[in-house]
Design a protein around this ligand. Structure first.
Ligand SMILES: [Zn+2]
Length: 453
């Protein structure tokens, strides 16, 4: 008689509400066939991670694989995702040379995912600066997980600011699809004027990045997008709030009947303006790191259940784009996928918080907002067998260990002590990272379409 399960994986199983000590996950094919505690069921193979934590594979709801290198960036970014315990990437649409603004471009990007990704990927879509609202239904029908628009212009083609009237029309069309729309939330006028003043005063040192993008630039944009959401019925989501006030504003709009949410990137839970000064270009991201006093407020918002989920906003610029002494000349964005699981575990453990919060905020919540749950982000019978296995201990994060292209091997967390490391990542039942080597190959990953409204 053949064994009922292909494989049984032993360890402490971390779900969103409990830790099953001496538990197991049993796999059949690509899916989870049983979860339990105690004596494991018979299986063709046993993988022993006793004493280690088995979490759902992380779902990273926000990254940019292709904003520097174009779609060839997918291959390396998803390799570092595998090493960081991320099994599903929700990739932003602001790609080089052209963003994902219609079903044809989406199909082309899905082709790159199918051929080159190491982990599974959901994809965002966006609209052109003018005249793009008409493509919203076809993008939704083609399976994007969310839309992304911006109140701030980095590039008139790749990453445009959408004017108020167009944004209102877009939100009304998006509301009909039932998909969320994530917004890059910074006030263009305020940032541009403060930046011009800083330059005129000869101040281009690192701290000026934070000074020219104050919290007010964010909260003003938050109010604007949530007002448009309330007026149109769209689910409007702050793509990154660096301030607890963003989550308070979202909660206030929910209380008024709006569908208003916001996400925290992991760096806003630990990095401060002092880190921006210390790291210079390598600490530049938008919105910027905030004053140290903001960190406890961010954690308070998370523990009060006001944060939708925690993401990386992984945006890997080549190191050469991060070293200019003029902070305004450096690219905005950090690497973060390979450090995601170790850092999140560490930040929780340093505060005496349970890793169940990681299953909640870095997997289940993200998968739910992107319409991927319970196939993704869940340790449940019938879900894809995507797992992240953590070994606890005293480790130091070394940027040289990043498995992306050589020019992308830098990290704002280089040298940081970590209380865990990823010893195994499993994608649909197959190990894709063994703690040392990426076992996945380009094309191991698949496109995951949104499946629920
Ligand atoms: Zn981003």
């Amino acid at each position: 008689m053949s064994a009922p399960f292909d494989r049984v994986i032993l360890g402490d199983v971390v779900t969103t509400d409990t830790i099953l000590r001496r538990g197991y996950v049993a796999v059949r094919g690509e899916t989870i066939a049983a979860i339990g505690q105690g004596e494991p069921p018979p299986a063709a193979e046993t993988v022993d991670h006793s004493g280690r934590l088995i979490l759902p594979g992380l779902v990273d709801g926000h990254m940019h694989t292709s904003s520097a290198l174009g779609w060839p960036g997918i291959e390396g970014a998803t390799r570092s995702a595998a090493a960081g315990g991320v099994t599903t990437c929700c990739d932003m649409p602001y790609d080089v040379p052209l963003p994902v603004t219609d079903a044809g471009k989406l199909a082309d990007k899905i082709g790159w995912v199918t051929r080159t990704a190491h982990v599974d990927m959901a994809l965002y879509g966006t609209i052109t600066k003018q005249g793009g609202v008409g493509a919203i239904p076809e993008l939704a029908a083609a399976g994007i997980s969310a839309f992304k628009l911006s109140t701030y212009e980095y590039d008139a083609v790749r990453f445009p600011r959408i004017d108020h009237q167009t944004m209102r029309d877009a939100f009304a069309a998006i509301a009909k699809t039932g998909l969320p729309v994530a917004i890059h939330n910074e006030d263009q006028e305020l940032v541009e004027q403060l930046t011009a003043e800083a330059r005129a005063a000869g101040r281009t040192d690192p701290i000026m990045h934070a000074r020219t993008r104050p919290p007010l630039a964010e909260s003003m944009a938050d109010l604007e997008i949530f007002e448009l959401g309330l007026a149109t019925g769209a689910h409007v989501h702050i793509a990154h709030s660096s301030i607890a006030r963003g989550f308070d504003i979202a909660a206030a709009f929910r209380a008024m009947g709006g569908q208003a949410t916001g996400e925290a990137c992991i760096h806003y839970l630990c990095m401060t303006e002092d880190d921006l000064v210390r790291l210079a270009g390598k600490g530049k991201c938008n919105p910027p790191f905030r004053a140290a006093a903001e960190i406890p407020r961010m954690w308070e918002a998370l523990l009060a259940d006001r944060v939708a989920y925690v993401s990386t906003d992984h945006a890997p610029w080549p190191l050469a784009r991060k070293t200019d002494p003029d902070i305004f000349a450096c690219g905005a964005g950090l690497t973060g996928m390979q450090s995601f699981a170790p850092l999140m575990y560490t930040l929780l453990d340093e505060r005496g918080l349970s890793p169940t919060l990681m299953a909640t905020y870095c997997a289940e919540r993200t998968a739910k907002l992107h319409g991927l749950w319970p196939r993704k982000g869940a340790l449940r019978v019938g879900s894809d067998c995507d797992l992240t296995v953590l070994e606890r201990g005293d480790f130091v994060f070394d940027e040289a260990a990043i498995v992306d292209r050589e020019e992308l091997r830098w990290s704002p967390y280089h040298g940081r002590r970590m209380r865990a490391r990823v010893v195994s990542t499993v994608l649909r039942g197959r190990e894709i990272w063994d703690g040392t080597r990426v076992l996945a190959t380009p094309g191991s990953g698949r496109f995951v379409a949104r499946s629920s409204g």
